[in-house]
Design a protein around this ligand. Structure first.
Ligand code: ZN
Length: 150
């Protein structure tokens, strides 16, 4: 088992890696819905675009925007993690991330969460929780729009 300090360093490396080389950044061709959200406290701005299959499954998700490293890294991890999931599974995953940001240690120990576990390191900085949560709020809004259009 890695020590807390080792785990912390690992999580910081993961966040930095996603920030430096964000996955799924750019406009999404064939997007069926999207939502833009801002966090004035930090100057973060993100637009998440999604492509939903007719059965509501999330075929693809990408993001554009600008903001701090935590927000960008969170968006990169999120778009990786939610691809192929149903709306219900996206909601459940978002719930786990949100609990983790509030300090719940259980999601951080769940290997199925993959890189998203690194966001548990953000939980210790309350002012940054909104930055990590912003992409998830944008995704939820995009999915709400997507469903209402059907
Ligand atoms: Zn931020």
């Amino acid at each position: 088992m890695p020590s807390d300090a080792e785990l912390e360093a690992l999580f910081q490396d993961t966040i930095l890696a996603h920030y430096r080389r964000p996955r799924n950044k750019g406009p999404l061709a064939g997007a069926t819905a999207g939502a833009l959200i801002r966090n004035p406290a930090c100057g973060d701005e993100i637009e998440v675009q999604v492509a939903l299959d007719p059965d509501g499954r999330l075929r693809d998700a990408k993001f554009t925007g600008q903001g701090c490293s935590i927000m960008q890294a969170s968006a990169s991890m999120m778009t990786e993690a939610v691809r192929g999931l149903t709306h219900a599974d996206v909601d459940a995953l978002g719930g786990s991330v949100s609990a983790m940001l509030e300090g719940d240690a259980r999601p951080a120990a769940d290997e199925q969460l993959g890189d998203l576990r690194a966001l548990s390191a953000v939980g210790r900085f309350p002012a940054r929780r909104q930055c990590a949560a912003l992409p998830w709020r944008a995704l939820a809004k995009a999915l709400a729009h997507g469903s209402s259009e059907q």
